[in-house]
Design a protein around this ligand. Structure first.
Ligand code: IMP
Length: 431
């Protein structure tokens, strides 16, 4: 049997594109060797799906590795937490016989997503009209904005009820004035305090100093798997701002969101989908429409795991992925959804960008450049065979599929260790 011997002490899984690369499945796979699986940024804008025999689990906050019994799931301080969503996720796992006693730890430093955050997000999205950013409407931007402008409320405060009532009332009063001014329903401070009183009780057993737990785990040479959310193309600094998410998703976010120093990370697994997708606002340099896009969307179930919105479809963009690998020092690659490309007569791969006839790099392009960028494509012969779960070795794959994957590996200069050939946790080829 193949063993995941390449999983070393501290490993990180990141998405090299716009999120939705299939990280949930890969985290679940690598978590079979982990003691701790740790979320370090983002919130319930993420949707990480794991498909086990006959069951589909979608995780928004709890780390996707939690299905393995010995794994302790950690929600680090960099994560923003909607307590109601967390409560629902805990209940869903319980219903499926997955207990979390001593297996779920949440940092007391995590900031809380408040009901008014969704309202504030609505103000901006509505005011932008047709130019709305297409956020997930989970309050992610406003909660991070409150965090950096000293207006956030953390689990620390919630556990100290008197403090919480004071901070919450002050913030809610200010936010209610804003909501009223823009015609958005205000929140009832009294009702919300009642709600939080109950939520506080159910979440309190899980709240702890996760920094100390993780440092101790490192001293004890435990295996830690860091679970990135979204993708590098949505990083707040490195994306096509403002078509971004509010957190940083690059490797540096591990330090901020857990206290673990990036130099302690032994392996960085970059997950890339065999083509490109984007949910929410654009632009996507390699986007295309028409029959093939519709086919890939349908076959690949390319609808947001969090919002259900249809995703834009594009060819795999190696200019972006090259950037993602560089900034994160990716050591190993995982390619997902190669099976979705089966049946296409031709497949295109973007190798770089040109602007006004000159070669340009992803990092040099601003938002206004992207609509004028001309992707430089290489065209590959497609394959007809269905890859789904049937092929066990890399050499079993159709020759043209091998050629496509080998080209990507050579172009990026990083080994592709896993080829995922279907949604089920067992459909993988180890290269
Ligand atoms: P927000 O994170 O909800 O503020 O949304 C900002 C942008 O990031 C929108 O375009 C979202 O569609 C996108 N986004 C946020 N989280 C994810 C994710 O987990 N997968 C894919 N796109 C995401």
């Amino acid at each position: 049997m193949y063993t995941l011997t390449f999983v070393s002490m501290i490993s990180l899984v990141i998405g090299t594109q716009w999120g939705d690369e299939g990280k949930g499945k890969i985290v679940d796979l690598l978590a079979s060797r982990a003691d701790y699986v740790v979320r370090f940024h983002g919130g319930n804008n993420a949707g990480h799906t794991v498909i086990t025999t006959g069951k589909i689990y979608t995780f928004h906050l709890i780390p996707a590795g939690i299905l393995h019994k010995k794994v302790v799931g950690v929600i680090g301080n960099g994560v923003v937490v909607d307590l109601e969503v967390l409560e629902q996720e805990i209940a869903m796992l319980k219903k499926n016989g997955i207990g979390l006693r001593n297996r779920l730890l949440i940092s007391e430093r995590s900031h809380l997503i408040m009901p008014y955050h969704k309202g504030v997000e609505e103000i901006y999205e509505r005011a932008r009209g047709k130019e709305s950013l297409g956020t997930t409407r989970r309050g992610i931007g406003p909660v991070y904005a409150d965090k950096v402008s000293y207006n956030g409320i953390r689990l620390f405060e919630l556990l100290n009820w008197k403090n919480f009532v004071e901070s919450f009332t002050f913030q809610a009063q200010v936010k209610n004035k804003m909501l009223k001014a823009f015609g958005i329903r205000q929140i009832s401070i009294k009702n919300e305090l009642e709600r939080f009183k109950k939520l506080r009780k159910s979440v309190a057993p899980y709240v702890t100093d996760t920094f100390s737990v993780l440092q101790k785990a490192i001293e004890n040479k435990k295996n830690i798997l860091l679970e990135g959310a979204q993708g590098i193309m949505l990083d707040n600094d490195w994306s096509l701002y403002p078509y971004t998410t509010a957190s940083n998703s690059v490797v540096g976010a591990v330090n901020i969101g857990t206290g673990i120093h990036p130099s302690s990370i032994n392996k960085v697994f970059g997950v890339l989908k065999a083509y490109n997708t984007r949910v929410g606002g654009r632009p996507v340099p390699t986007e295309f429409n028409g029959k093939i896009a519709d086919l890939l969307r349908k076959k690949g179930a390319e609808f947001g795991a969090t919002t259900g919105r249809p995703r834009a479809i594009g060819w795999l963009d190696l200019e972006e992925v090259k950037f993602a690998c560089k900034i994160n020092k990716v050591t190993d690659l995982v390619i997902t959804k190669a099976d979705i490309l089966s049946g296409l007569s031709e497949i295109r791969l973007c190798l770089g960008y040109q602007l006004n006839g000159k070669k340009v790099s992803y990092s040099s392009c601003g938002l206004s450049d992207v609509p004028r960028i001309k992707p430089v494509y290489k065209t590959f012969e497609g394959w007809k065979e269905d890859l789904n779960g049937k092929m066990k070795k890399f050499s079993d794959l159709p020759k043209s599929c091998q050629k496509y994957i080998n080209f990507i590996e050579d172009f990026l200069g990083i080994p592709i260790k896993i080829v995922s050939t279907g949604p089920d946790r067992k459909s993988n080829i180890y290269k």
